[in-house]
Design a protein around this ligand. Structure first.
Ligand SMILES: *[C@@H]1O[C@H](CO)[C@@H](O)[C@H](O)[C@H]1NC(C)=O
Ligand SMILES: *[C@@H]1O[C@H](CO)[C@@H](O)[C@H](O)[C@H]1NC(C)=O
Length: 496
């Protein structure tokens, strides 16, 4: 007994001590998205995206009635973004391309010279500083002209997206080696159609979300296959998508089954078609929606099926798993009349569950954000268990505060606690290859406008030049990157 205790203690101590450093090839980055930082919404031949029109049609849906018209003005200030990315010592910088800036008609018959130049300059600027560009093709800013044709609810969207992807790969693939096709289809399908709280503001509960979900999976697969066949032989890059996942934990043991079903809703709907051998929808979810649809008197399930050919086409279209993590939830069976809980998510309308949070999880500065670092490690373990021993790139993780001040010890704490969980997951044997802090600079945070701040750097939105100032968290993150360890002296350095 004593012997065993000693062994256990040694093991634990050894694990903690040995586990403070990241593997030598582990990569650190930060991420942004075009609409949230670029501004310059109407310059040159750029056409409006669904966000450009949404903030005009529905200013009241943005908390401070603001827009991304100017945002961080990164379209003009991109050199400063590159400079601060370099100050941080980033291995990579993840940004997204605005479809409407590069291909104003939405189709490949128009490729904007100015759009091309902007992204070429940004990519070359990063490479000159030794920073790898990681590029997202779609971060929620669909051309309005394609929305007018039904957007993500129209099956043709997968061809429109594939054509766009081919243009992007052909222009930038010589220098960009890591690609994210779609950012968070959970949000742009489930949240959008179930709540209309984001562009394009269309409510189609239990219908639009599933059309979008299927078409997004096929759009992703088409882009991946185009890369695989036409570009990978010469460029040798990697392509995947990024899924935001809330870790879901059961309230009691008797809620374990519904919790696992909820995970299949939250994660499986955006992963099972791509990352499993059988492909297609998670069978348990397909069954639930088919039964509900039948009860509703529909002749077909609201969830459009995959044909066998489509299943085969979509499955296996990945080179790694892109994972965005912010927050967690507790799942319990809903009582009669109980609502889904603090944040609607995938399948909200089709699952009789209630989502809560533990009282000890602190609330960050936006409605849906409760802090649960352990959820990150548990979710990573679940992903490995479900989809096998694949490379996982954490493509977003970060903290929102209302306070825009620079001494952001709460954010430092968030990063520290979450990076600790990443290290523990690596010790668990999960192949996590990199970590991306969301986000480099304060920006337009969708329906929160400029109220919630996620930046390592503060932006002065009163300043026409949008001055960027490093917060304590920027100093902390720079030290982590430099030392490749979370045990860093948390003093402000002069380096930034
Ligand atoms: C672009 O939008 C701004 C508002 O953000 C407006 O002041 C300006 O006139 C517009 N420019 C053009 C060319 O429409
Ligand atoms: C992680 O995955 C990458 C890509 O497949 C592979 O090269 C690497 O060896 C893996 N690392 C571990 C520790 O399994």
């Amino acid at each position: 007994m004593c012997w065993l205790q000693t062994v256990v203690i040694c093991f634990v101590v050894g694990a903690v001590v040995g586990g403070r450093d990241f593997p030598p090839n582990f990569k650190f980055g930060t991420a942004t998205a075009a609409y949230q930082v670029e501004g310059a919404w109407n310059i040159s031949d750029k056409s409006p995206s669904i966000w450009d029109s949404y903030v005009r049609r529905h200013p009241e849906k943005i908390k401070d009635m603001s827009s991304g018209d100017v945002a961080c003005d990164s379209y003009n200030q991109w050199k400063k973004d590159v400079e601060i990315a370099s100050d941080l010592g980033l291995d990579f910088y993840r940004f997204s391309i605005a479809w409407t800036r590069l291909m104003p008609s939405g189709f490949p018959n128009t490729v904007s010279e100015d759009g091309k130049k902007f992204y070429n300059d940004l990519i070359d600027g990063l490479l000159e500083k030794g920073i790898e560009p990681v590029v997202t093709l779609y971060h929620w800013d669909l051309p309005q002209s394609l929305q007018d044709l039904g957007g993500w609810a129209n099956p043709l969207v997968s061809d429109w997206f594939a054509d766009y992807a081919r243009v992007v790969f052909s222009l930038f693939g010589d220098r960009v080696k890591t690609w994210i096709t779609l950012n968070e289809p959970l949000i742009f399908c489930e949240i959008v159609y179930n709540t209309a709280l984001h562009a394009p503001g269309i409510l189609s509960v239990g219908v639009g979300n599933y059309l979008c979900n299927k078409h997004a999976m096929i759009a992703h697969a088409k882009a991946w296959r185009i890369y695989d066949e036409e570009f990978r032989p010469k460029y040798k890059g990697k392509v995947s998508l990024s899924n935001q996942i809330l870790w879901l934990e059961s309230e009691t043991e008797s809620d374990e089954e519904i919790t696992e079903i909820s995970r299949q809703f939250m994660v499986g709907m955006f992963s099972h078609p791509i990352f499993t051998k059988e492909g297609g929808w998670p069978p348990v979810i397909e069954k639930i929606i088919a039964e509900k649809s039948k009860k509703e008197g529909l002749s077909k399930s609201r969830l459009p099926p995959f044909t066998q050919e489509e299943k085969d086409f979509v499955k296996g279209t990945f080179d790694f798993y892109g994972f965005n993590y912010y927050t967690s939830r507790i799942v319990k069976k809903a009582k009669e009349g109980e609502r889904i809980g603090p944040w609607p998510f995938a399948g909200a309308s089709d699952l009789d569950i209630h989502l809560t949070v533990r009282p000890e999880w602190k609330h960050a500065a936006t409605s849906w954000f409760y802090i649960c670092p352990e959820g990150l490690r548990r979710q990573l373990a679940w992903l490995k268990e479900q989809y096998g021993d694949i490379e996982i790139l954490i493509t977003e993780n970060g903290y929102a505060s209302y306070d825009g001040g620079v001494d952001d010890q709460d954010r430092v704490q968030y990063y520290k606690e979450h990076l600790e969980q990443v290290l523990l997951a690596i010790e668990d044997g999960v192949n996590v290859s990199g970590y991306t802090a969301w986000t480099l600079i304060d920006n337009f945070e969708w329906s929160d406008g400029y109220r919630s701040k996620f930046g390592l750097y503060q932006i002065d939105f009163e300043d026409p030049l949008r001055k960027r100032t490093p917060r304590a968290s920027a100093h902390y993150y720079a030290s982590v990157i430099k030392s490749r360890s979370i045990d860093v002296d948390n003093k402000l350095t002069d380096e930034l």
